[in-house]
Design a protein around this ligand. Structure first.
Ligand code: 6GU
Length: 225
């Protein structure tokens, strides 16, 4: 899979994509992330990519021309399955969306800044608008990093048995059960006996029951689907 990201703050994306599983996905050749600085398509020698908003009001808006030129140029090299604008008024990211997007070949993410991007780009280019939750970030970059991580780890071959996504929270609409490691007794608190029993079938049942219990308590909305 190839993910292209358009941004005015590329530095914000570097570290989150250079470690751990997403680093390994890229090293294995299963994921390529290309970060593009929008200033490359600025309208003048000052690197301008934003302007005052029509109608007045505080905050700048990202101009349509640099974004359109960037998208057109990148689209010559590959056609994008989705052009995704990261924005707090997009559809809230879920594991289902991440699963669906992990099966695509070429994705383009647009990170908004300032007050957002000119509405005409959203109408003429963007195919999907995603938010990562009901709170406001200073720009789309951290949300884009979240989306790359959520998608990248699901690409077939990225995770091994030890890190398998099948037991993650939200796969099956259930939160993950509690986990323990050594020692079996720590500061007077014991690991549940069942986990030491070696009885795999019973352990699976226990984990399922714990997952269900945890979901009922913390996220009953997940069980309504
Ligand atoms: Cl995608 N962008 C911004 N700026 N804020 C957000 C967000 C995205 N998702 C939640 N808050």
């Amino acid at each position: 899979m190839t993910i292209h990201i358009l941004t005015v703050v590329p530095e914000l994306l570097e570290s989150p994509l250079s470690h751990s599983i997403i680093k390994r996905a890229q090293a294995k050749g299963l994921l390529q992330v290309h970060i593009h600085h929008l200033r490359k398509w600025a309208v003048n020698e000052y690197g301008q990519v934003d302007d005052y908003q029509y109608g007045g009001g505080a905050g700048m808006v990202m101009m349509p021309e640099p974004l359109a030129n960037a998208i057109d140029e990148l689209s010559k090299e590959q056609s994008f399955d989705e052009i995704i604008f990261l924005t707090p008024d997009g559809e809230t990211l879920t594991q289902k969306t991440a699963n669906t997007l992990s099966l695509k070949e070429n994705l383009l993410f647009i990170c908004g800044h300032y007050k957002g991007i000119d509405q005409r780009i959203r109408e003429q280019y963007v195919t999907k608008e995603i938010s990562i939750g009901d709170y406001v970030l200073s720009g789309g970059e951290l949300a884009a990093a979240v989306l790359v991580d959520a998608i990248g780890r699901l690409i077939p071959g990225v995770l091994n048995d030890e890190t398998s996504a099948l037991t993650d929270s939200f796969q099956d609409n259930l939160l993950a059960p509690p986990v323990y490691t050594r020692p079996a007794e720590w500061r007077g608190s014991k690991v549940p006996d069942i986990l030491l029993s070696g009885n795999t079938a019973k352990i699976e049942d226990w984990r399922y029951e714990e997952a269900l219990q945890r979901t009922k308590e913390r996220r009953p909305d997940l069980l309504e689907d």
